[in-house]
Design a protein around this ligand. Structure first.
Ligand SMILES: O=C(O)c1cccc(C(=O)CC[C@H]2O[C@@H](n3cnc4c(=O)[nH]cnc43)[C@H](O)[C@@H]2O)c1
Length: 204
């Protein structure tokens, strides 16, 4: 099976490389931070490899993330059931209306569960945002809108969109480096998050 693993930054790519096994043919792409860079780089890589006769069978977005408090701990591995574009819609004075309700598409892409069946972690929706949520108040608002969300990051829905348009199964896995909300820099643990990512890639 040929797997394309998409990471935002080189540190995440190194963690994925450390978990590489001989069971799968695995390419690691560093796409840059944010959903736009993620979608563009993933789509280009899928197309280029297909043209070279090296088509991928599956696409995985792997990285670090923030977890919503009470849903997971720092160092845990999150496995997305769906990647959800949390900001795609209309922000009205009365509240947020997702794009689904407006009839202009969907803000949610379901993830392949077979690929991650042997991966240990917390399962639920992972939100994709172009801006990191930097206050407990905004985090509470997100949880209110997405009660099944376990964490947030910045690339999942972009990678998922590129995979979906290419007709490829998609999965999102993320190690928790911080809690979503007020910035408590002293509690961030990128090392623990990257370690859980390495373990998850071994289990894939
Ligand atoms: O300055 C901050 O408050 C801050 C908090 C968390 C992460 C960052 C980063 O610059 C990393 C962004 C990078 O990592 C993913 N990530 C990790 N934690 C989160 C989060 O809480 N919310 C959204 N994205 C997160 C993200 O996918 C990016 O690739 C800065």
């Amino acid at each position: 099976m040929r797997i394309l693993v998409v990471c935002a930054v080189p540190e995440e790519a190194q963690a994925v490389e450390a978990g590489r096994s001989l069971r799968h043919e695995l390419d690691v792409l560093v796409c840059g931070v944010g959903p736009a860079a993620a979608a563009a780089a993933t789509a280009r890589t899928i197309a280029e490899n297909s043209q070279m006769g090296r088509a991928y069978d599956v696409v995985v977005n792997a990285g670090i993330c923030g977890a919503f408090r009470g849903r997971a701990r720092i160092g845990d591995l999150l496995i997305a059931t769906d990647s959800v574009a949390a900001e795609l819609g209309v922000a009205l004075p009365s509240g947020f209306q997702p794009i689904d309700e407006l009839g202009f598409g969907t803000n949610r892409i379901g993830c392949n569960t077979v690929l991650t069946v042997a991966v240990e972690g917390v399962r639920g929706e992972i939100l994709t945002l172009a801006s990191i949520t930097g206050s407990d108040e905004l985090a509470a608002n997100l949880v209110n809108r997405y009660p099944d969300a376990i964490g947030e990051a910045m690339e999942g829905f972009g990678v998922a969109t590129a995979a979906q348009q290419a007709g490829l199964p998609f999965a999102e896995i993320r190690g928790v480096s911080n809690f979503v909300g007020d910035r408590e820099v002293e509690k961030w643990d990128w090392g623990a998050a990257l370690k859980s990512l390495t373990t998850a890639i071994r289990e894939l």
